[in-house]
Design a protein around this ligand. Structure first.
Ligand code: ZN
Length: 462
């Protein structure tokens, strides 16, 4: 089956459904947990039953695990007995194995991604889930203080579906941006360098329209560092800055907040599901998941649910997609469970999204090292902030780590010796650590710049 991606327009009907969905979604965050859990359990039973009968992949995989009689089934309990699936098994089963046989083709919305591991992934979204996704984005935007009509400046990898940039409207927009009448809608991460941050900042802030910024964490951090270092003025502050696609540490969140003079929001979104989680508006060090449409489980390596303070795999079940159901899908992201959030919202909260499973590695002695931990070690435990512009930790082999970095003007031989010593004690006897100063750290083809990279193929290929 060869299909190309189509642009799906948000019709007035879809918008009207999204408005209705929003009126249900909004109170859900404050409801007693058992109330929304009851609704979710019902939706889960329906989805599992649908998948068990209509999707060949699940029918085979769950053989014997699902009941014949569905009258008194608790979807939440049943879910926990089903196997966790990964992207690779869906890639193998696509399309005939994992697409529901009874759902009309007109409901299929084809998406594909090359993925950071280079493995192409094609999947279908459900058109009927679009209003729920719009409602979710609207709620999370509301948490961030974004108002309807605010302009979005998206700083990411070039995305061929930015239709605003095509045709006459696109040309008019670009001319207006050039004349300083309009805010740019899109800035490519490949176009932002330390030197041209003042230029991009001027383009973003010179129009008088209210706006907010969303973009890849590494580029936002780079811009924030230059704003501070060069003392760049921000003519007009964004309503908020949303960091996405890459892990954001607390240090970076505070840096973005300080330099842009606005709230820094951490967003958890993916192409498969759209927006799933967002910083809590009252306790931004935590993130809430939209419990109404996503069942988010955090599971340890042995499949047990992670307890408060523990870090595990984020496994998502999407309640909005019947076309190609994602049931207990391992996202490849690692998150740390937090207790109930003091804000009073009952939706599940997590302390951190640690990043992709490829954003960490496990040492021979069994220690898992996350990029956020290295960042904390360098920026909080030891104050290397004045000496490091940026850095990347590369695992070269089983026993060798290369730490590449761009030094600041304050860099000295003494700092280098100290850093070498500190990093060696951090990584311990498992690794020999080498330092290498570079003038810049290149981005991956995806436009991202991971804090940790592994040259060992077995790492991060889940
Ligand atoms: Zn909260």
């Amino acid at each position: 089956m060869e299909e190309t991606k189509r642009n799906w327009k948000v019709t007035p009907e879809i918008q009207a459904s999204a408005d209705i969905d929003f009126t249900h979604l909004y109170p859900s965050q404050w409801e007693e947990e058992r109330v929304w859990r009851r609704r979710v359990a019902e939706r889960l039973s329906r989805l599992i039953r649908h998948a068990a009968t209509q999707v060949p992949f699940y029918r085979e995989k769950w053989n014997g695990a699902v009941p014949r009689d569905w009258t008194h089934i608790n979807g939440e309990k049943l879910l926990q007995e089903l196997p966790v699936i990964t992207k690779s098994v869906l890639i193998e089963a696509f399309p005939d194995g994992c697409v529901a046989q009874n759902v009309p083709e007109s409901r299929r919305q084809l998406e594909f991604t090359s993925g950071s591991t280079g493995q192409a992934f094609r999947f279908y979204r459900d058109i009927t889930g679009m209003p729920a996704r719009i409602a979710c984005r609207r709620l999370m935007n509301q948490w961030a203080g974004i108002q309807q009509g605010d302009h979005l400046v998206w700083i990411g990898a070039p995305f061929h579906r930015i239709e605003e940039l095509q045709g006459w409207r696109g040309i008019r927009h670009r001319v207006n941006v050039w004349l300083g009448r309009e805010i740019p809608k899109f800035i490519s991460v490949f176009d932002v360098s330390r030197k041209n941050v003042p230029y991009h900042l001027a383009r973003i802030t010179r129009s008088s329209d209210p706006y907010y910024i969303a973009g890849y964490t590494s580029t936002l951090v780079l811009m924030a560092q230059e704003i501070e270092r060069q003392g760049l003025p921000i003519a007009r502050r964004p309503r908020c800055v949303i960091a996405t696609a890459e892990t954001v540490s607390q240090t970076h969140r505070r840096l973005i907040e300080r330099s842009f003079g606005s709230r820094a929001i951490n967003q958890y979104a993916s192409l498969e599901f759209g927006t799933v989680g967002f910083s809590c508006p009252d306790h931004p060090e935590r993130m809430h998941f939209n419990a109404e449409w996503f069942v988010c489980e955090i599971l340890l390596e042995d499949g047990r649910p992670a307890a408060v303070g523990e870090t595990g795999h984020l496994v998502v079940t999407d309640l909005t997609n019947e076309v190609m159901p994602f049931i207990r899908y391992d996202t490849g992201d690692l998150v740390t469970v937090s207790g109930p959030c003091p804000c009073g919202r009952t939706w599940p909260a997590v302390a951190h999204v640690e990043g992709r499973t490829s954003d960490c590695f496990t040492t021979r002695s069994g220690r898992t090292i996350f990029s956020s931990v290295i960042d904390h070690f360098l920026q909080i435990q030891h104050d290397y902030t004045p000496y490091l512009v940026e850095y990347q930790t590369i695992r070269m082999s089983e026993s060798e780590i290369q730490f590449i970095f761009v030094p600041t003007a304050g860099w000295t031989q003494k700092v280098e010796r100290q850093l070498q010593h500190d990093l060696q004690s951090f990584f311990g006897e498992d690794f020999s650590v080498g330092l290498k100063a570079v003038s810049r750290i290149p981005r991956e083809a995806s436009g991202k710049r991971p804090l940790i990279k592994s040259m060992i193929p077995s790492d991060g290929d889940r």
